[in-house]
Design a protein around this ligand. Structure first.
Ligand code: HEM
Length: 506
């Protein structure tokens, strides 16, 4: 075969680049003590990318942990990734500043702005991240704008969900996931923008579609383009679609922010946007994320982060709860008995009932363990060259906590494949006992900023739904129960199931 000049030229460039890349990595390593942890062998340039299970990409990392142990390394393109399954190591590493960075795959293509600087809480590092995270955590934890507390706000959504369940009484229902997504997006919208919609209002249906379904769909199409930006040179359109979506989101949130600027009063903040605007108004520090124009950009990015991080994680966990209740009727019965005994049915369950409902708390802990919705959490990044336990972490290395592996470790849990809330109860069954190996919200400096909101939501939904309804698979459809295997996607999501709701008060 005769090779043409352009082909030879291309080949030469490829080999030269490969040589440069390998020697550059080696030079870096010479300076760093320690070894790179062993792991699955990959190919040059692409690493282990093509060995991932495309239906459940993160589950491949979980599977490799069984083969390569508590800490191993793999490569996604030129990105080195460490996966850590040892609980003590995860806790130690994630509490250190050096391991608290974030990856920006695709060099910022995932950011709302294209000025080379990342925005928001999830993807930023350094001073901006610290200030925005502290502010967001405080607002979400001590929420109380106007006269509304977080509990009142969650109960408003739940009341509508209970009404919907009543209206569906004895009818087969397949859209639990969509309903939960609308309820969660609506409550986030109330936190952020102070406005609550009826669940049937086209505005909230569209908002939910834009934020959850479109992102789910786009995430799948744009994912490879974000991991491997060079795909755009071979006509891959995923990233373009992703950018168009981000532009739409930016416009939507900018419009709400502008409306708030016009009606805002410093003395009576109505919602998250108002308290953020107050922070911007009082900021005179040029390096602060709240300073003038930067502050407005950061506000829009933080809103996007709250929806990105908070909507699907919570609504999918709620959907699993419905599936578990139908799958494990004996567990459902114990939940109902506890709520009947402690609260009765003359009033609704409230957050103050929590200490007296240990079985509900244990059930929720088991839901988090069994589901492990984000099986390897959200990747961190080494902010500088460093070593840990004899392993080398060149600056930029990604670190993932194998939450799934920890939650299913037989040495920790004994029978991890059984759904057994009792494992979280004290021996006399009277108290809920936390377990240090349960880390659905991760641990350390990046630990979930919406944990309190998520936990309150899950508690109020579970206790009040069990007080009022019995949930069963549709007895008239043999395919109503699809089993507990998750469907494809980045977050582990239940497959579509068909249930009926029976009103316990009828
Ligand atoms: C069941 C529900 C939820 C689960 C399982 C969950 C889990 C997680 C996990 C695993 C992380 C990554 C932590 C790390 O990098 O180490 C995270 C980060 C985060 N979560 Fe959640 N989350 C949930 C709900 C929420 C809600 C309701 C909000 C807010 C409305 C929220 C806001 C955030 C934010 C802002 C971050 C980024 C923190 C940072 O980078 O500093 N999450 N979450």
């Amino acid at each position: 075969m005769v090779l043409s000049l352009p082909v030879l030229g291309g080949l030469f460039t490829f080999v030269a680049l490969l040589y440069y890349w390998v020697t550059k990595q080696d030079k870096k390593m010479e300076k760093l003590e320690g070894i790179i942890a062993p792991g699955p062998r990959g190919l040059p340039l692409v690493g282990n990318i093509f060995q991932l299970d495309w239906k459940h990409p993160f589950m491949t990392f979980v599977k490799w942990a069984e083969e390569y142990g508590d800490i191993y390394s793999a490569s996604m393109g030129s990105q080195r990734v460490y996966v850590v399954t040892d609980l003590k190591m995860v806790k130690e590493m994630f509490s250190q500043e050096v391991f608290s960075g974030r990856l920006n795959p695709g060099r910022g293509v995932n950011d709302l702005y294209t000025n080379g600087q990342m925005h928001g809480v999830i993807n930023t590092e350094g001073r901006h991240w610290e200030d925005l995270r502290r502010f967001t955590l405080r607002q979400l934890r001590d929420f109380g704008f106007g006269k509304s507390s977080m509990e009142v706000l969650i109960m408003d959504e739940l009341t509508e969900i209970l009404e919907w369940m009543k209206s569906q009484k004895d009818l087969p229902v397949t859209d639990v996931k969509q309903r939960m997504a609308i309820a969660v997006v609506n409550s986030l919208w109330t936190v952020v923008a102070g406005k609550r919609y009826k669940h049937t209002d086209p505005a909230v249906v569209r908002l939910t579609k834009d934020i959850t379904e479109t992102m789910e769909e786009l995430g799948k199409k744009a994912g490879p383009g974000i991991m491997m930006p060079w795909l755009k040179y071979v006509g891959f359109k995923g990233v373009e679609m992703w950018r168009n979506h981000l532009e739409r989101i930016k416009l939507m949130f900018s419009t709400v922010m502008s409306e708030h600027k016009e009606t805002y009063s410093e003395d009576s903040p109505r919602d998250f946007i108002d308290v953020f605007l107050r922070e911007i108004a009082s900021c005179i520090d040029e390096d602060s994320p709240f300073f003038k124009e930067v502050g407005y950009r950061q506000l829009i990015a933080v809103i996007k982060d709250l929806f990105d991080a908070g909507s699907q994680s919570s609504s999918i966990t709620l959907t699993w709860i419905f599936l578990y209740l139908a799958t494990f009727p004996d567990v459902q019965k114990k939940l109902q008995d506890e709520v009947d005994r402690v609260v009765g049915n003359s009033r609704q369950c409230s957050l103050s009932d929590r200490p007296n409902l240990p079985y509900v708390e244990s059930f929720l802990a088991e839901v988090h363990r069994f589901t492990s919705a984000a099986p390897v959490g959200v990747p961190h990044r080494a902010l500088a060259d460093t070593t840990y336990k004899g392993y080398a972490f060149p600056k930029g290395t990604a670190i993932m906590a194998n939450q799934y592996g920890i939650h299913y470790n037989e040495k920790i849990w004994g029978d991890p494949s059984n759904f057994r809330p009792e494992r979280f109860l004290s021996p006399d069954g009277a108290k809920f006992q936390k377990h240090e190996a349960l880390i659905p919200f991760s641990t350390g400096r990046r630990q979930c900023a919406g944990e309190t909101l998520a936990r309150d939501t899950l508690f109020l939904y579970t206790s009040n739904i069990c007080q009022r309804f019995e949930i069963k698979f549709d007895p008239n459809d043999a395919k109503a129960n699809p089993g507990l295997k998750p469907s494809a996607g980045f977050i582990l999501t239940p497959q579509v199931f068909k249930v009926v709701f029976k009103d316990r008060l009828d």
